[in-house]
Design a protein around this ligand. Structure first.
Ligand code: AMP
Length: 183
């Protein structure tokens, strides 16, 4: 099973992806976490990603694709995976289709977690990651609206998009996601 968890920064993709991966027994790939780890280890990819992540911009598509391609080739991805924070652009969505096609797979569901902007900003300010400063948060939301949100139409037209209301407890939202995955 290949699931994409979709939504603006701060809607809870990371938290939900972790729980779902555990419950469904599949791998979890967070491109954001992969970049944070690469930045911390100062790997070549980390050195490139650093300036984009710090400013809340998007890491270039070719760099992102490299990270995803490597992860998908890993043996723990054979049973399926939850993609969290990828794809974020139309080019990434197309690259993903090609990669999955080569593995004989396709996306089963794109789950959009829907949360209003005011709640998102409040949540991110509370989380306090280094890219959770107010100016950077606003930029990340603008980038999401300009580059990433249009993918909702793309996946909607493929008939694999489902949406869940993302305000509530972690357990409530998780149950909503499991319900839409079973439907
Ligand atoms: P996240 O942990 O998903 O909030 O991602 C944190 C940061 O990593 C983002 O603000 C981007 O700078 C970068 N990033 C993560 N995933 C992607 C992606 N698919 N494309 C481009 N940049 C990304």
């Amino acid at each position: 099973m290949v699931i994409v968890l979709f939504g603006a920064p701060g809607v809870g993709k990371g938290t939900q992806a972790e729980i779902l991966a555990e419950k469904l027994g599949i791998a979890h790939l967070s491109t954001g976490a992969a970049f944070r780890s690469a930045i911390q280890r100062a790997t070549p990819i980390g050195l490139v990603a650093k300036e984009y992540v710090e400013r809340g911009g998007l890491v270039p598509d070719d760099v992102v694709a490299k990270v995803v391609e490597e992860a998908l080739a890993g043996s723990d991805f054979e049973r399926g995976c939850i993609l969290d924070g990828f794809p974020r652009t139309r080019a990434q969505a197309e690259a993903l289709e090609t990669m999955l096609q080569q593995l004989g797979r396709s996306i089963d569901r794109v789950v959009n977690i829907d949360v209003d902007d005011a709640t998102i900003v409040a949540r991110l300010l509370q989380r306090g990651r280094s890219d959770d400063r107010e100016d950077v948060i606003q930029h990340r939301l603008d980038v999401y609206n300009a580059e990433t949100a249009p993918l909702l139409d793309f996946y909607g037209s493929h008939g694999i998009l489902v949406s869940v209301h993302g305000v509530g407890s972690v357990d409530e939202v998780n149950q909503r996601i499991l319900d839409v995955l079973r439907s």
